[in-house]
Design a protein around this ligand. Structure first.
Ligand SMILES: Nc1ncnc2c1ncn2[C@@H]1O[C@H](COP(=O)(O)OP(=O)(O)OP(=O)(O)O)[C@@H](O)[C@H]1O
Length: 250
């Protein structure tokens, strides 16, 4: 399984949101997409998902476009559906007029793995923002995609749920040889859970590689205009401590 992106560009009217992006993502690896607000992460994911007009080519080896699971950044859906029904919608291609026991069990298992089985009967509109974020991830996972494109899946989650979710994503990616691309602002989470990181700024790819090679103090200063201290945590992961915002121009 492999995702290859060549010379990807996205425009909104006269504004270039992405320009000449060349990036590969391999099966079994988590690729984190990082970069400042407005750097093009969502545009990249939407283009790869086939939801955004773009230039350049996106090719998938070992899977079809139907095998893509996409979690958008904002899912404002408040439909009068229960959590279980929402997750089952992720299986709509496999469902007829009746929901087989096996499908119910599968949906229940996804909810259990995300630690939200107790929410199964609750209405979507009556959940907290973080709970809803996990339900929509459960919906994406229930479809058993070969390619996972997730736009800030932990943005509304507390540290425990964020850790659990990222651990699950990494495990599923390895076990099922998925291509997983996650846009994320938390650089420490990216360093800990991603096999590779791609750093965007103003629609261009500044760096791509292992967390250790991409998350340097120089690259963070260049991309974010932030003075940060990068060090090795006791468990061997790279850790980033932002210290000071630099002058915009500098
Ligand atoms: N629908 C749109 N119409 C016009 N411009 C857009 C649209 N969507 C995004 N943009 C612009 O394209 C650029 C890239 O936006 P994008 O949402 O891809 O960035 P991002 O890295 O995901 O940002 P964030 O971290 O804030 O979510 C930004 O300058 C943004 O203002």
């Amino acid at each position: 399984m492999r995702l290859s992106v060549q010379d990807l560009s996205v425009r909104y009217g006269s504004r270039k949101a992405l320009d000449g992006i060349r990036l590969d993502a391999r099966g079994g690896e988590v690729l984190a997409l990082i970069g400042p607000n407005g750097s093009g992460k969502s545009s990249f994911l939407r283009a790869v998902a086939g939801l955004q007009r773009h230039g350049g080519t996106v090719s998938l080896q070992g899977a079809t476009r139907e095998a893509i699971g996409f979690l958008p950044q904002d899912n404002g859906a408040r439909a009068a559906l229960t959590v279980l029904e929402t997750v089952l919608l992720g299986r709509r291609r496999a469902l007829g007029w009746r929901v087989p026991e096996a499908e119910l069990a599968r949906a229940g298992e996804v909810l259990r793995r995300l630690g939200i089985a107790a929410l199964a009967g609750r209405l979507l509109g009556e959940l907290s923002g973080g709970q809803r974020q996990m339900v929509f991830l459960a919906q994406v996972l229930a479809a058993e995609p070969a390619v996972l494109l997730l736009d800030e899946p932990t943005s509304a989650l507390d540290i425990r749920h964020a850790l659990a979710l990222l651990t699950l994503l990494r495990d599923l990616t390895r076990q099922r040889d998925l291509v997983t691309v996650v846009a994320i602002h938390d650089l420490n989470a990216a360093a800990r859970f991603a096999d590779r990181i791609a750093l965007l700024r103003e629609g261009r790819l500044l760096a791509a590689g292992t967390p250790r090679t991409v998350l340097t103090e120089e690259a963070i200063a260049r991309a974010y205009r932030v003075d940060a201290h990068v060090h090795e945590a006791p468990d061997g992961h790279i850790a980033v401590s932002p210290c000071r915002a630099l002058d915009e121009a500098g």
